[in-house]
Ligand binder design. Structure first.
Ligand code: PLP
Length: 394
């Protein structure tokens, strides 16, 4: 039996999502660009899904672009804006030191997901200058430092809504306000925040937002990017005219339908979801603190995703702990799923100032809608035993 506590890595497809998708994998398999009946019906299904995604974050459906995943949404946001500005650079100075006086500056943070960090590294090689903001011990950026970093050449600020490892929620509304004042585009990676906290892009003043299906009970391989009307961005895929020429390639019809349904359910369930996962998370933390010695909670307790608990079990290697828990059928994570096999401590835990030993002993437990109190008790019981066993081995 599997006891799944890794909902930040991925989530189970909801039955309602799957049943909504099935007709588009069986009978309604037309290409949305085709003019005959099943093609037109596919196009309509995409349109309906677009509306549902838009409703979740309160934007217009024409401001939603479907992508292949959260990583692609992040790449599209960063490169889409960067390339648009690069086009206006003086052609003679492109990729040279002189290009540095062009509009080429992007601000992000040291704790972003690799989808952002690696895109930034790639852009650096192309002549862009990137500022990586520090965060405090809770994982929060400093707004004054952000303001100081903005300069004439700044084209984009990309700061995640909530962190995937420690769950810290950044001051998004204030960042957006600052970006607007300085006339800089603001993108946020909301892959972890979506469905876990209310997001209203209009009220918050967000210009661009990335989200991913598999974190909210839709399948893997489908994502979306919100781009506020009026913001121009380049596409880096060449091909057909899908997604208003911004994302070439035949649409992932069933995936899009699934994402639409998952967004609809996320909107309906948001209040219940937050209350449920927060209840389980708070109980888990309370019991860990009561029953296991020498632990440290990582990240902010105030500005935190409701289902995230990241705790260091000092003296223990979290990979060994994960493997012990796995023997009992318990799934959790030592950091983000993408770097859990790496031996180096997580860049997020290093950025919040943890020493290597504390960082390497961090266990991320992320709760979801399907978890129950009885499952948390099972987790706690096994966790205590595993921690004792591994500490006794020393
Ligand atoms: N951004 C954040 C904050 C994430 O947590 C993830 C996935 O874990 C991604 C981006 C990438 O999303 P995807 O797996 O859909 O490519």
């Amino acid at each position: 039996m599997t006891f799944y506590f890794d909902n930040a890595a991925t989530t189970k497809i909801k039955p309602e999502v799957l049943s909504e998708m099935m007709p588009y994998l069986r009978e309604e398999y037309g290409n949305p660009s085709s003019l005959y009946g099943i093609g037109r019906s596919a196009k309509r299904a995409i349109d309906t899904a677009r509306e549902k995604v838009a409703k979740l974050i309160n934007c217009d459906k024409y401001e939603i672009y479907f992508t292949g995943c959260g990583t692609e949404s992040d790449n599209t946001a960063l490169k889409g804006i960067a390339y648009r500005f690069k086009d206006s650079w003086n052609k003679d100075v492109k990729n040279t030191d002189e290009a540095k006086s062009e509009k080429n500056h992007i601000i992000t943070t040291k704790i972003e997901h690799h989808a952002i960090l690696e895109s930034c590294k790639n852009l650096e090689k192309q002549g862009f200058e990137i500022t990586y903001l520090d965060v405090d011990k809770d994982g929060l950026i400093n707004l004054q430092e952000l303001e100081n970093a903005i300069k004439e050449e700044t084209i984009l600020i990309s700061i995640m809504f909530a962190n995937n490892e420690i769950g810290t929620i950044e001051p998004i509304e204030k960042i957006a306000e600052l970006a607007k004042q300085k006339n800089v585009i603001f993108h946020t990676d909301a892959v972890q925040a979506i469905g876990n906290t209310p997001i209203n892009v209009k009220e918050l003043g967000i210009d661009m937002l990335s989200l991913s299906g598999h974190k909210i009970h839709a399948p893997k391989g489908i994502g979306a990017l919100y781009v506020r009307k009026g913001i121009e961005f380049d596409s880096f895929m060449n091909g057909g005219h899908q997604e208003k020429n911004k994302r070439a390639g035949t649409e992932n019809l069933a995936g899009i339908v699934g994402l639409g349904k998952a967004c609809e359910l996320a909107k309906e369930n948001l209040e219940y979801h937050i209350k449920h996962v927060r209840g389980l998370r708070d109980y888990y933390i309370e019991q860990v603190l009561k029953n296991i010695k020498n632990v440290k909670i990582n990240g902010s307790m105030k500005y935190r995703l409701p289902g995230n608990a990241n705790i260091s079990f000092i003296g223990i290697d979290s990979t060994a702990l994960l493997l012990e828990l796995d023997k009992a059928g318990v799934c959790c994570s030592s950091g983000s799923a993408c770097n859990s096999s790496e031996a180096t401590p997580s860049h997020v835990l290093t950025a919040i100032g943890l020493d290597s030993e504390t960082a390497k002993s961090a266990l991320r437990v992320t709760f979801g809608e399907f978890n129950t109190r009885a499952e948390v008790d099972y987790l706690l019981q096994n966790l205590k035993q595993c921690v004792m066993k591994l500490r006794n081995l020393k």
